[in-house]
Structures are given as structure tokens and as C-alpha cells.
Design a protein around this ligand. Structure first.
Ligand code: SF4
Length: 68
């Protein structure tokens, strides 16, 4: 577990197809740039942890996971 007790987001960039599902759910954390490259803008915090977990679970390519 990380020192904050919050999970870390792990992205499998080979699997991501840049469809924006995660960004739509938690845009302050997940961001697609103009080249359709996904960036993690921030670590999950207490306020958005639930949505981050929802975004990870909703990725249709299973490109996201959490390191607890
Ligand atoms: S939901 Fe999955 S496939 Fe879609 S942009 Fe996010 S990581 Fe990539």
C-alpha cells in the first residue's frame, strides 16, 4: 500500500485505445491529450477515490489497474 493509504493508478498503455471513458468519469485525474495519449494528472485523493475506482472498473480495454 502507498504511504497515503490510497491506491496508485497503473496504466497499460499498450491496451489503452483512447476512448475517453475514464476521462469522462474522473477528468481531474485522467486526461487525453491532442495526440490521444492518456495522462494521469493527479493521484487519487479521498474525494475522488470512488470515481477513480469506477473509472478503472469501467475501462473497456482493462487498461487500468490499481496498486493498493
Ligand atoms: S477508459 Fe481505458 S481505454 Fe479508455 S482512455 Fe481510459 S484507459 Fe484508455
Amino acid at each position: 500500500m502507498s504511504t497515503t493509504g490510497l491506491p496508485e493508478i497503473v496504466v497499460d498503455y499498450d491496451m489503452c485505445e483512447a476512448n475517453g471513458v475514464c476521462e469522462a468519469i474522473a477528468p481531474e485525474v485522467f486526461e487525453l491529450d491532442d495526440d490521444e495519449q492518456l495522462h494521469i494528472r493527479a493521484r487519487p485523493d479521498r474525494d475522488n477515490e470512488h470515481r477513480v475506482r469506477q473509472a478503472v472498473a469501467s475501462c473497456p480495454k482493462v487498461a487500468l489497474s490499481l496498486r493498493e
